[in-house]
Design a protein around this ligand. Sequence first.
Ligand code: NAD
Length: 275
Amino acid sequence: SLVPRVQLNDGQSIPQLGFGVFKVDPDETQRIVRDALEVGYRHIDTARIYGNEEGVGRAIAESGIPREELYITTKLWNDDQGTQSVLDAFDRSLERLGLEYLDLYLIHWPTPARDRYVETWKAFEQLRETGRVRSIGVSNFLRHHLERLLDETDVVPVVDQIELHPAHQQPETTTFADEHGIRIEAWGPLGQGKYPLFELPEVTEAASAHGKTPAQVVIRWHLQRGHILFPKSNRRERMAENLDVFDFELTEAEVDAITGLEREGRVSAHPDEFN
Ligand code: NAD
Protein backbone atom coordinates (compact mmCIF):
# COMPACT_ATOMS: atom_id res chain seq x y z
CA SER A 1 0.00 0.00 0.00
CA LEU A 2 1.10 3.54 -0.74
CA VAL A 3 -0.46 4.86 2.46
CA PRO A 4 2.20 5.81 5.01
CA ARG A 5 1.86 4.63 8.59
CA VAL A 6 2.04 7.04 11.50
CA GLN A 7 3.73 6.05 14.76
CA LEU A 8 1.61 6.19 17.90
CA ASN A 9 2.84 6.87 21.44
CA ASP A 10 2.25 3.24 22.52
CA GLY A 11 4.55 1.66 19.92
CA GLN A 12 1.76 0.80 17.47
CA SER A 13 1.25 2.43 14.06
CA ILE A 14 -1.78 3.41 12.00
CA PRO A 15 -2.33 3.98 8.25
CA GLN A 16 -2.54 7.76 7.88
CA LEU A 17 -5.40 7.63 5.37
CA GLY A 18 -8.48 5.48 5.84
CA PHE A 19 -12.20 5.27 5.14
CA GLY A 20 -14.95 6.54 7.48
CA VAL A 21 -18.52 5.23 7.61
CA PHE A 22 -20.47 7.94 9.47
CA LYS A 23 -23.99 8.12 7.94
CA VAL A 24 -23.37 5.04 5.82
CA ASP A 25 -26.72 3.22 5.77
CA PRO A 26 -26.43 -0.06 7.74
CA ASP A 27 -28.13 -1.90 4.85
CA GLU A 28 -25.53 -0.64 2.39
CA THR A 29 -22.47 -0.81 4.61
CA GLN A 30 -21.26 -4.23 3.54
CA ARG A 31 -21.30 -3.21 -0.16
CA ILE A 32 -19.69 0.17 0.53
CA VAL A 33 -16.91 -1.21 2.75
CA ARG A 34 -16.35 -4.02 0.22
CA ASP A 35 -15.79 -1.32 -2.43
CA ALA A 36 -13.45 0.57 -0.09
CA LEU A 37 -11.37 -2.54 0.59
CA GLU A 38 -11.25 -3.40 -3.13
CA VAL A 39 -10.16 0.13 -3.97
CA GLY A 40 -7.31 -0.32 -1.48
CA TYR A 41 -8.32 1.09 1.91
CA ARG A 42 -7.10 -0.90 4.89
CA HIS A 43 -8.13 1.44 7.72
CA ILE A 44 -11.86 1.71 8.57
CA ASP A 45 -13.35 4.12 11.11
CA THR A 46 -16.78 3.23 12.54
CA ALA A 47 -18.68 3.69 15.83
CA ARG A 48 -21.40 1.93 17.79
CA ILE A 49 -23.73 4.88 17.20
CA TYR A 50 -23.39 4.60 13.40
CA GLY A 51 -25.34 1.33 13.66
CA ASN A 52 -23.20 -0.25 10.95
CA GLU A 53 -20.51 -2.25 12.78
CA GLU A 54 -22.11 -5.50 11.56
CA GLY A 55 -21.89 -4.44 7.92
CA VAL A 56 -18.25 -3.47 8.42
CA GLY A 57 -17.65 -6.88 9.99
CA ARG A 58 -19.30 -8.75 7.12
CA ALA A 59 -17.23 -6.87 4.54
CA ILE A 60 -14.05 -7.68 6.46
CA ALA A 61 -14.95 -11.35 6.80
CA GLU A 62 -15.78 -11.85 3.12
CA SER A 63 -12.69 -9.92 1.96
CA GLY A 64 -10.26 -12.61 3.09
CA ILE A 65 -7.70 -9.87 3.79
CA PRO A 66 -5.33 -11.00 6.58
CA ARG A 67 -6.40 -9.43 9.86
CA GLU A 68 -3.00 -7.89 10.51
CA GLU A 69 -3.25 -5.89 7.25
CA LEU A 70 -6.41 -4.18 8.47
CA TYR A 71 -6.75 -1.34 10.96
CA ILE A 72 -10.19 -1.09 12.56
CA THR A 73 -11.44 1.66 14.88
CA THR A 74 -14.74 1.86 16.71
CA LYS A 75 -16.06 4.17 19.42
CA LEU A 76 -17.86 3.93 22.75
CA TRP A 77 -21.18 5.79 22.71
CA ASN A 78 -22.02 8.34 25.41
CA ASP A 79 -24.62 6.28 27.26
CA ASP A 80 -22.08 3.47 27.72
CA GLN A 81 -19.65 5.62 29.70
CA GLY A 82 -18.84 4.09 33.11
CA THR A 83 -16.85 1.01 34.15
CA GLN A 84 -18.85 -2.19 33.66
CA SER A 85 -20.83 -0.58 30.83
CA VAL A 86 -17.57 0.05 28.95
CA LEU A 87 -16.48 -3.57 29.27
CA ASP A 88 -19.91 -4.76 28.07
CA ALA A 89 -20.11 -2.25 25.21
CA PHE A 90 -16.64 -3.22 24.03
CA ASP A 91 -17.60 -6.93 23.93
CA ARG A 92 -20.72 -6.15 21.92
CA SER A 93 -18.86 -3.96 19.41
CA LEU A 94 -16.19 -6.61 18.91
CA GLU A 95 -18.90 -9.25 18.41
CA ARG A 96 -20.76 -7.14 15.85
CA LEU A 97 -17.49 -6.53 14.02
CA GLY A 98 -16.71 -10.25 14.17
CA LEU A 99 -13.18 -9.52 15.38
CA GLU A 100 -10.94 -11.09 17.98
CA TYR A 101 -9.18 -7.83 18.66
CA LEU A 102 -9.72 -4.18 17.84
CA ASP A 103 -6.93 -1.86 16.71
CA LEU A 104 -8.27 1.34 18.25
CA TYR A 105 -11.12 2.11 20.67
CA LEU A 106 -12.18 5.71 21.25
CA ILE A 107 -14.35 7.53 23.80
CA HIS A 108 -16.67 9.18 21.26
CA TRP A 109 -17.45 12.43 23.17
CA PRO A 110 -16.31 13.75 26.57
CA THR A 111 -19.93 14.61 27.56
CA PRO A 112 -18.77 16.73 30.52
CA ALA A 113 -22.32 16.97 31.90
CA ARG A 114 -22.12 13.24 32.71
CA ASP A 115 -18.71 13.71 34.35
CA ARG A 116 -17.72 10.13 33.61
CA TYR A 117 -14.91 10.36 31.11
CA VAL A 118 -12.15 9.86 33.70
CA GLU A 119 -13.83 6.71 35.03
CA THR A 120 -14.46 5.60 31.45
CA TRP A 121 -10.81 6.09 30.54
CA LYS A 122 -9.71 3.93 33.49
CA ALA A 123 -11.91 1.16 32.07
CA PHE A 124 -10.23 1.71 28.69
CA GLU A 125 -6.85 1.25 30.41
CA GLN A 126 -8.11 -2.08 31.81
CA LEU A 127 -9.33 -3.17 28.40
CA ARG A 128 -5.97 -2.44 26.83
CA GLU A 129 -4.31 -4.65 29.45
CA THR A 130 -6.32 -7.61 28.12
CA GLY A 131 -4.76 -7.20 24.66
CA ARG A 132 -8.19 -7.28 23.01
CA VAL A 133 -7.67 -3.67 21.98
CA ARG A 134 -4.24 -2.61 20.80
CA SER A 135 -4.58 1.16 21.28
CA ILE A 136 -6.93 3.51 23.11
CA GLY A 137 -7.80 7.09 22.35
CA VAL A 138 -10.40 9.82 22.62
CA SER A 139 -12.60 11.86 20.32
CA ASN A 140 -13.95 15.39 20.55
CA PHE A 141 -11.76 16.17 23.57
CA LEU A 142 -10.80 19.84 23.81
CA ARG A 143 -7.60 20.94 25.48
CA HIS A 144 -9.16 21.17 28.96
CA HIS A 145 -10.63 17.64 28.70
CA LEU A 146 -7.21 16.27 27.71
CA GLU A 147 -5.54 18.16 30.55
CA ARG A 148 -7.87 16.61 33.11
CA LEU A 149 -7.37 13.13 31.66
CA LEU A 150 -3.59 13.47 31.76
CA ASP A 151 -3.75 14.77 35.34
CA GLU A 152 -5.98 12.00 36.68
CA THR A 153 -5.06 8.84 34.74
CA ASP A 154 -1.96 6.88 33.67
CA VAL A 155 -2.17 6.19 29.94
CA VAL A 156 -1.88 9.03 27.41
CA PRO A 157 -4.41 8.64 24.55
CA VAL A 158 -2.77 7.74 21.23
CA VAL A 159 -5.09 10.04 19.27
CA ASP A 160 -7.71 12.72 19.68
CA GLN A 161 -10.23 12.53 16.83
CA ILE A 162 -11.66 16.02 16.39
CA GLU A 163 -13.57 18.06 13.84
CA LEU A 164 -10.81 19.51 11.69
CA HIS A 165 -10.89 21.01 8.19
CA PRO A 166 -9.51 24.25 6.73
CA ALA A 167 -12.20 26.51 8.26
CA HIS A 168 -11.88 24.91 11.72
CA GLN A 169 -8.40 23.80 12.78
CA GLN A 170 -8.60 23.92 16.58
CA PRO A 171 -5.04 25.20 17.18
CA GLU A 172 -5.39 25.20 20.98
CA THR A 173 -6.22 21.50 21.11
CA THR A 174 -3.78 20.43 18.38
CA THR A 175 -0.87 22.30 19.98
CA PHE A 176 -1.53 20.66 23.33
CA ALA A 177 -1.89 17.25 21.65
CA ASP A 178 1.42 17.72 19.78
CA GLU A 179 3.20 18.61 23.01
CA HIS A 180 1.98 15.38 24.62
CA GLY A 181 2.51 12.91 21.77
CA ILE A 182 -1.21 12.63 20.98
CA ARG A 183 -1.81 12.34 17.22
CA ILE A 184 -4.66 14.24 15.63
CA GLU A 185 -7.34 12.44 13.64
CA ALA A 186 -9.33 14.91 11.56
CA TRP A 187 -13.04 14.11 11.29
CA GLY A 188 -15.18 15.89 8.73
CA PRO A 189 -11.92 16.45 6.84
CA LEU A 190 -13.78 17.75 3.79
CA GLY A 191 -16.03 19.94 5.94
CA GLN A 192 -18.82 17.36 5.49
CA GLY A 193 -19.87 19.28 2.36
CA LYS A 194 -21.31 21.99 4.64
CA TYR A 195 -19.41 24.92 3.12
CA PRO A 196 -18.06 25.49 -0.38
CA LEU A 197 -14.52 24.38 0.46
CA PHE A 198 -13.95 22.97 -3.03
CA GLU A 199 -14.70 26.35 -4.63
CA LEU A 200 -12.24 28.46 -2.63
CA PRO A 201 -9.42 29.83 -4.83
CA GLU A 202 -6.73 28.60 -2.39
CA VAL A 203 -7.99 25.08 -3.14
CA THR A 204 -8.94 25.34 -6.82
CA GLU A 205 -5.67 27.04 -7.81
CA ALA A 206 -3.59 24.29 -6.20
CA ALA A 207 -5.83 21.71 -7.87
CA SER A 208 -5.21 23.20 -11.34
CA ALA A 209 -1.50 23.55 -10.67
CA HIS A 210 -1.15 19.83 -9.89
CA GLY A 211 -3.83 18.44 -12.21
CA LYS A 212 -5.71 17.02 -9.21
CA THR A 213 -9.24 17.58 -7.83
CA PRO A 214 -10.09 20.02 -5.00
CA ALA A 215 -10.89 17.05 -2.71
CA GLN A 216 -7.46 15.56 -3.40
CA VAL A 217 -5.84 18.91 -2.58
CA VAL A 218 -7.66 19.12 0.76
CA ILE A 219 -6.72 15.52 1.61
CA ARG A 220 -3.11 16.28 0.70
CA TRP A 221 -3.20 19.37 2.93
CA HIS A 222 -4.26 17.18 5.87
CA LEU A 223 -1.54 14.61 5.16
CA GLN A 224 1.16 17.27 4.93
CA ARG A 225 -0.10 18.83 8.19
CA GLY A 226 0.40 15.42 9.82
CA HIS A 227 -3.26 14.55 10.40
CA ILE A 228 -4.70 11.06 10.23
CA LEU A 229 -7.94 11.14 8.20
CA PHE A 230 -10.66 8.92 6.71
CA PRO A 231 -12.89 10.84 4.31
CA LYS A 232 -16.21 9.22 3.56
CA SER A 233 -17.96 8.59 0.26
CA ASN A 234 -20.59 6.08 -0.81
CA ARG A 235 -19.29 6.28 -4.37
CA ARG A 236 -16.56 3.95 -5.50
CA GLU A 237 -15.02 6.45 -7.94
CA ARG A 238 -14.69 9.02 -5.18
CA MET A 239 -13.22 6.41 -2.82
CA ALA A 240 -10.53 5.81 -5.44
CA GLU A 241 -10.07 9.55 -6.02
CA ASN A 242 -9.61 10.19 -2.31
CA LEU A 243 -6.93 7.50 -2.09
CA ASP A 244 -5.07 8.70 -5.19
CA VAL A 245 -3.09 11.40 -3.41
CA PHE A 246 0.40 9.96 -3.20
CA ASP A 247 1.71 11.10 -6.59
CA PHE A 248 1.95 14.83 -5.84
CA GLU A 249 2.93 17.23 -3.08
CA LEU A 250 1.61 20.69 -2.25
CA THR A 251 4.21 23.43 -2.00
CA GLU A 252 4.75 25.09 1.36
CA ALA A 253 3.01 28.21 0.00
CA GLU A 254 -0.02 26.15 -1.06
CA VAL A 255 -0.21 24.48 2.36
CA ASP A 256 0.07 27.87 4.07
CA ALA A 257 -2.65 29.41 1.89
CA ILE A 258 -5.09 26.63 2.86
CA THR A 259 -4.07 26.88 6.52
CA GLY A 260 -4.99 30.57 6.19
CA LEU A 261 -8.64 29.61 5.60
CA GLU A 262 -9.24 29.16 9.37
CA ARG A 263 -12.35 31.05 10.48
CA GLU A 264 -13.53 29.07 13.52
CA GLY A 265 -16.08 27.49 11.24
CA ARG A 266 -17.26 24.57 13.36
CA VAL A 267 -19.87 22.61 11.35
CA SER A 268 -21.00 20.24 14.10
CA ALA A 269 -21.66 20.00 17.86
CA HIS A 270 -19.56 21.76 20.52
CA PRO A 271 -17.88 19.13 22.74
CA ASP A 272 -18.66 21.05 25.94
CA GLU A 273 -22.35 21.11 25.14
CA PHE A 274 -22.93 17.71 23.57
CA ASN A 275 -24.26 14.88 25.70
P1 NAD B 1 -16.26 14.30 5.27
O1 NAD B 1 -15.66 15.62 5.52
O2 NAD B 1 -15.40 13.11 4.98
O3 NAD B 1 -17.29 14.55 4.09
C1 NAD B 1 -17.98 13.49 3.49
C2 NAD B 1 -18.78 14.06 2.32
O4 NAD B 1 -17.89 14.71 1.41
C3 NAD B 1 -19.39 12.93 1.50
O5 NAD B 1 -20.68 12.62 1.99
C4 NAD B 1 -19.44 13.50 0.12
O6 NAD B 1 -20.63 14.23 -0.06
C5 NAD B 1 -18.28 14.47 0.09
N1 NAD B 1 -17.13 13.90 -0.68
C6 NAD B 1 -16.32 12.87 -0.33
N2 NAD B 1 -15.37 12.67 -1.25
C7 NAD B 1 -15.56 13.61 -2.21
C8 NAD B 1 -14.90 13.93 -3.41
N3 NAD B 1 -13.84 13.24 -3.81
N4 NAD B 1 -15.38 14.95 -4.16
C9 NAD B 1 -16.46 15.65 -3.74
N5 NAD B 1 -17.14 15.40 -2.61
C10 NAD B 1 -16.70 14.39 -1.85
O7 NAD B 1 -17.25 14.01 6.49
P2 NAD B 1 -17.50 12.83 7.50
O8 NAD B 1 -17.94 11.59 6.80
O9 NAD B 1 -18.41 13.38 8.53
O10 NAD B 1 -16.06 12.59 8.17
C11 NAD B 1 -15.22 11.48 7.85
C12 NAD B 1 -15.28 10.43 8.93
O11 NAD B 1 -14.94 10.97 10.20
C13 NAD B 1 -16.67 9.85 9.17
O12 NAD B 1 -17.11 8.99 8.16
C14 NAD B 1 -16.47 9.21 10.50
O13 NAD B 1 -15.75 7.99 10.36
C15 NAD B 1 -15.62 10.25 11.22
N6 NAD B 1 -16.43 11.17 12.04
C16 NAD B 1 -16.25 11.16 13.39
C17 NAD B 1 -16.99 11.99 14.21
C18 NAD B 1 -16.75 11.98 15.68
O14 NAD B 1 -17.53 12.57 16.42
N7 NAD B 1 -15.72 11.33 16.15
C19 NAD B 1 -17.94 12.86 13.67
C20 NAD B 1 -18.11 12.87 12.29
C21 NAD B 1 -17.35 12.03 11.49
